[in-house]
Design a protein around this ligand. Structure first.
Ligand code: PLP
Length: 445
């Protein structure tokens, strides 16, 4: 893709792009945000679509509960806990405000945020096929989908997806459990244990020596010629997006239960690790539907893979990749190792996201070790990207808080929520290696 301007021109016009190209950690507050009532008109999805997704997950709860016994206690609803982080907040020394964590690392079935969108999209597809074929009638108990009859039916169909790892894990596990033939196209960043786990579930794993975009494109190409194959399009899917959005409805109940008020006087800041953008975009869309202008969402990316920030700053979205700017997309945060952002998310959410920032791999590792030492929580590197957000907001001097009328009083009342996107399935030896790297970096300071 020709950039129209040279990298040098972009850098002199947008100082933040110069910081990205230099691989420096940087924060950019979006000058183009608009009131939620106005900006939501950019998104071709509504509150009714979100409620429909929530109702579908409710219908499938009986199947999930039957197929995945670890979800029995929660009645087949795939949800994660909300934790306060007093010890981490003390260790970081960030105040005022309260620091909390949304523990999607503990989501059942696949241990990452992808257990929201990825599983949801496969359920949408399965429901449509089953209803069309008369295998299922409206109002039926969906537990009957956990049967040999249903599996024999779904075995005629294929599901394919391109992934850096976690999406493949979610799609592969749920697809195989329903009986579908599943194929996961894995990028070079994908961890070996994720491929091994999928193969153990009977999923076909195709490995690429290249990055995520190539794995997606190849998966899409192979699926196109096959009418029995559904391709889960991480870069454009509305269903994935809605599956993520339902998180906001669940969070609303959890915050209420924890006695946390979110309104104009008590703002909520949410820090979301961003890869291609579907996960954070869908969650942010849901949060804006639920909390309106009282919620402020920031996206976090690795310094080596700042694709969404580049896409939004240049206005070129999916027409630009980090490689065009000489950035290598090499990061230990495998869930975020994406060089080209979703055009759908970038375009529709560009007036709804308060800001974007980048974090170095070294700091992700340091925070990984600090999170473990202070709170006893073990997260994968991608999932730490939300941690520096609170400090970035409190220390900003770009006029962001002033423009939004966020005074010291508001900041004293604020809740800051780190979205911890993955980690519970990481094998022990791998986690110990992450921790060792992080501890060494902390001690070297
Ligand atoms: C996929 C993923 C993300 C980001 O989601 P996108 O939809 O790619 O933006 C963040 N953290 C982890 C652990 C992930 O697997």
């Amino acid at each position: 893709m020709p950039l129209i301007k040279t990298v040098q021109d972009w850098c002199s016009e947008h100082p933040v792009i110069a910081e990205l190209v230099a691989l420096n950690e940087t924060t950019w507050f979006n000058p183009n945000t608009a009131a939620v009532a106005e900006a939501l008109a950019d998104v071709p999805l509504t509150r009714a679509d979100m409620d429909d997704a929530s109702a579908r997950l409710q219908r499938f709860a009986a199947f999930i509960q039957s197929a995945f016994p670890q979800t029995r206690e929660a009645g087949g609803i795939i949800e994660s806990p909300l934790y306060p982080l007093p010890a981490l907040q003390r260790a970081l020394g960030t105040s005022p405000g309260q620091l909390w964590l949304k523990a999607d690392n503990e989501l059942p079935i696949s241990g990452s945020i992808k257990a929201r969108g990825g599983i949801y999209e496969v359920l949408v597809h399965a429901e449509r096929l089953a209803l069309d074929a008369g295998l299922l009638q409206p109002g039926d108990d969906y537990a009957q989908l956990d049967s040999d009859t249903a599996r024999a039916f779904f075995a005629r169909y294929r599901i394919a997806v391109g992934s850096t790892g976690n999406l493949g894990l979610s799609i592969g596990i749920i697809s195989a459990r329903l009986g579908f033939q599943a194929t996961v196209h894995m990028s070079a960043d994908a961890r070996q244990w994720k491929k091994d786990k999928l193969r153990a579930h009977g999923v076909q794993v195709i490995e690429y020596p290249t990055d995520y975009s190539v794995a997606v494109a190849e998966g899409r190409r192979q699926a196109e010629g096959d009418p029995f194959c559904h391709f889960v399009d991480d870069e454009n899917s509305r269903q994935l997006f809605l599956g993520y959005a339902v998180a906001a409805l669940r969070l609303q109940g959890q915050l209420r239960q924890a006695g946390i008020v979110v309104d104009a006087e008590h703002p909520l800041f949410v820090y979301l690790p961003c890869g291609v953008g579907g996960g954070p975009g869908g969650v942010a869309f849901g949060l804006k539907q639920v909390f309106g202008d009282a919620v402020h969402c920031l996206f976090a990316e690795p310094t080596h893979s700042p694709c969404m920030l580049l896409g939004v700053c240049t206005g070129l979205h999916d027409q630009v990749s980090v490689y065009d700017f000489g950035i290598d997309n090499a990061t230990a945060a495998d869930g975020l190792a994406v060089g080209r952002p979703s055009g759908f998310v970038g375009r529709t959410m560009q007036r709804l996201i308060d800001g974007h920032y980048t974090v170095s791999d070294d700091n992700l590792h340091r925070l990984l070790a600090l999170m473990e030492a202070s709170e006893g929580l073990r997260l994968e590197p991608s999932a730490l990207a939300g941690v520096p957000g609170m400090q970035r907001v409190l220390e900003e001097t770009q006029g962001y808080r002033q423009r939004l009328g966020l005074s010291e009083r508001h900041m004293a009342n604020a809740t800051h929520l780190i979205w911890a996107t993955g980690g519970s399935m990481v094998p022990e030896a791998e986690m110990e290696a992450y921790l060792a790297t992080g501890r060494a970096l902390l001690n070297a300071r």
